[in-house]
Write a new protein. Structure first.
Length: 256
């Protein structure tokens, strides 16, 4: 009950004190008690206001802009909420990524490597299995592997709807003969050969609108070119799973 309402009630009650059975002294005692309570409350409010004023002065003396503190707290609250929302989105992307990787890990049973390179999921196909040295024509073993890869991708709606790029790569040995002039030409033509096979309705049968090809020659090695084993690893074609817009983040980091 507010002080004003209490005072009005007491004043009205005093008018009917005689009829209500209370003496004037008793009502005066109640009024005195009220006045003391109000005085105590006023003193506490004044003391609290003084403490707030003193604290404000101390903070301002320390260089704190008290008037902007609330707005700063509001901004921090907004930033925290934005961070929480971003974290939630990253968790969803990570979950999708892990499911995608689990699907592609099936390809490891075919002896293929599935990993993350340059922030992209990569399926690595050994070049020596796909092609003879210096040639771009697919060997029978290479076709067999590509048919198995295409079958796995086609069987999964999530995989078949993704965008892919076939990337050809070579070792650093000079391309000394043939129609492609150099390793750039050879890597591009090998990537094209794999691409055409995968999207051919009579072969891989994958949707052509989701596929592209590129050649990198010897500019993207996965091993040193100083040993025969290293050069063999660098002669390869990769099927790169292109990230969607919301997946443009550090995939390597979220797999740790």
């Amino acid at each position: 009950m507010s002080h004003l309402r209490f005072a009005v009630l007491l004043a009205g009650a005093a008018l009917c004190a005689t009829g209500c059975g209370y003496s004037e002294d008793q009502w005066q005692a109640q009024l005195a008690k009220y006045n003391k309570l109000k005085s105590d409350d006023d003193a506490k409010i004044a003391d609290a206001q003084k403490k707030i004023a003193d604290l404000t002065k101390q903070l301002e003396a320390m260089g704190v802009n008290v008037s902007s503190m609330k707005s700063d707290l509001d901004e921090r609250e907004k930033a925290l909420e934005a961070y929480k929302e971003r974290a939630r989105q990253l968790e969803l992307i990570k979950e999708r990524f892990e499911k995608l990787k689990a699907k592609l890990d099936t390809l490891t049973k075919l002896g293929l490597a599935v990993n993350v390179r340059h922030n992209r999921m990569v399926i690595s196909l050994p070049g020596d299995v796909l092609f003879d040295s210096g040639r771009e024509t697919l060997k029978k073993d290479g076709k067999d592997i590509l048919l198995k890869v295409a079958a796995i991708i086609k069987a999964d709606p999530q995989l078949v709807s993704r965008d892919y790029q076939v990337a050809g790569a070579t070792d650093n040995q000079a391309y000394a003969h043939g129609p492609f002039k150099d390793n750039w030409g050879l890597s591009v033509m090998r990537a094209r050969e794999v691409l055409v096979f995968l999207i051919d309705p009579k072969e891989g049968g994958l949707p052509l609108q989701h596929w592209s090809a590129a050649g990198f020659a010897d500019t993207d090695p996965v091993a040193p070119n100083t040993t025969p084993e290293g050069r063999q690893k660098n002669r390869r074609c990769e099927l790169i799973v292109l990230p969607s817009v919301e997946e443009m983040l550090d995939l390597k980091a979220i797999t740790q």
